[in-house]
Write a protein that binds this ligand. Structure first.
Ligand code: XIL
Length: 368
């Protein structure tokens, strides 16, 4: 994507242009195979780091000002739920692709690239997966799912969070895997199986392990960093295909960022020849003051601190926030404020106006 195009988009922030408003979800899937093959995100040698956000299909179809803000500001999108098992797999023998297809179509029509989230996770699994009874069944279900989903979107989704949140909150080692049907039935081998299955279907896709809580000071968080490095090393040692680590970066105001701890994690990741993506950045503002200017500044400061620490070690291949606008954010589901005021975790406010966080991300995107 050219810088000119980017500037045009930036210029349009907040001023919806009728010319760029595109019908959502009308294209159908027939055109999927005609997608221009986007380069793997890790191959992006551009002069700025691509920015993107998690998007919601229902909001994209119902809310034209939100849709326009996504078109104007995002070079990347990631479906917030639409590619999770819960959405895709209502029954063992059924796939429901409509909402994911609609997002991919929207992205294609607007020259936006798509990341996939996620193939092997403990969360958002439909109830029926609990009855996967044997190792052989689990292996078959997981690989069938990956083969079906990844091949459908081959060329349209150049980067996948193959594994999401593999580790428990306070791991003792890389073996401390978060309980899930995959870990229960397949043990640690589920990681290798999922990564290999994805690579087998799409050899060009960027394969990512995505994890959270790796940036803070405290024993729990340093345990997470150590276990993650151990896990990455063990995959590398066994030649399991893997290209990047996703740092979710749900930043909690109130916790302290461990600059040294984070930077040594990144140094290890770099030494393993893996790329880094910031995949779900937002700031959990539950503990921050009510006053909006002060709050927005503290939100931006925290992101600045985090991105600054990252950038000193490695230039991320992409920066994505978990939502674009405070109008649509997961934060209040778990982290509602006690003063009853709406959360303000994202780069645009609920009126789609850029906040200080937006400027912070802009600055880092353009840093060499
Ligand atoms: C969240 C979505 O934002 C919610 O809408 C959904 O109900 C639950 O999942 N880490 C992840 C994401 O990797 O998949 C989660 O997304 C947020 C935390």
């Amino acid at each position: 994507m050219s810088i000119e195009m980017h500037s045009r988009r930036r210029f349009l922030v907040g001023s919806a242009s009728a010319a760029t408003l595109t019908a959502f979800g009308t294209g159908g899937l027939s055109s999927l195979s005609a997608f221009a093959t986007p380069s793997r995100l890790s191959d992006d040698g551009g002069s700025f780091v691509p920015y993107g956000a998690a998007v919601r299909s229902d909001a994209l179809s119902a809310d034209s000002s939100y849709r326009e803000a996504v078109i104007v500001n995002c070079q990347l999108v990631v479906p917030e739920s639409e590619l999770k098992w819960l959405e895709l797999r209502p029954a063992p023998d059924q796939y429901r692709f409509g909402k994911a297809d609609a997002i991919i179509d929207f992205a294609r029509q607007n020259g936006i690239r798509v990341r996939g989230h996620t193939l092997a996770w403990y969360g958002a699994l439909p109830k029926w997966t609990e009855s996967i009874a044997t190792r052989a069944d689990a292996e078959r279900e997981l690989t069938d799912h990956i083969e079906t989903v990844v091949s459908r979107y081959k060329g349209a989704i150049p980067s996948w969070d193959v594994i999401n949140e593999p580790l428990v909150d306070w791991p003792e080692s890389a073996a401390s895997l978060r309980p899930s049907i995959w870990a229960r039935r397949l043990g640690p081998d589920y990681l290798r199986l999922a990564l290999k299955a994805t690579a087998a279907v799409d050899a060009d896709a960027q394969l990512v392990i995505n994890e959270y809580d790796v940036e803070y000071a405290g024993a729990r968080f340093s345990a997470k960093r150590s276990a993650l490095v151990q896990l990455l090393r063990s995959l590398r040692d066994r030649d399991v295909p893997l290209h990047a680590v996703g740092l979710q970066a749900h930043l909690f105001a109130g916790r302290t960022i461990d600059r040294d701890g984070l930077q040594s994690l990144l140094t290890e990741i770099k030494a393993l020849n893996l790329d880094v993506l910031i995949t779900e950045l937002d700031v959990i503002d539950r503990e921050l003051p009510s006053e909006i200017h002060e709050r927005d500044k503290l939100v931006a400061d925290l992101a600045n601190q985090f991105l600054g620490a990252v950038h000193e070690v490695i230039r991320p291949k992409a920066i994505l926030t978990w939502g674009l606008s405070d109008r649509y954010t997961w934060v209040p589901i778990y982290f509602k404020r006690r003063d009853g005021m709406p959360n303000r975790p994202l780069p645009l406010d609920a009126d789609l106006k850029p906040k200080p966080l937006f400027e912070v991300i802009e600055q880092f995107r353009h840093r060499a």
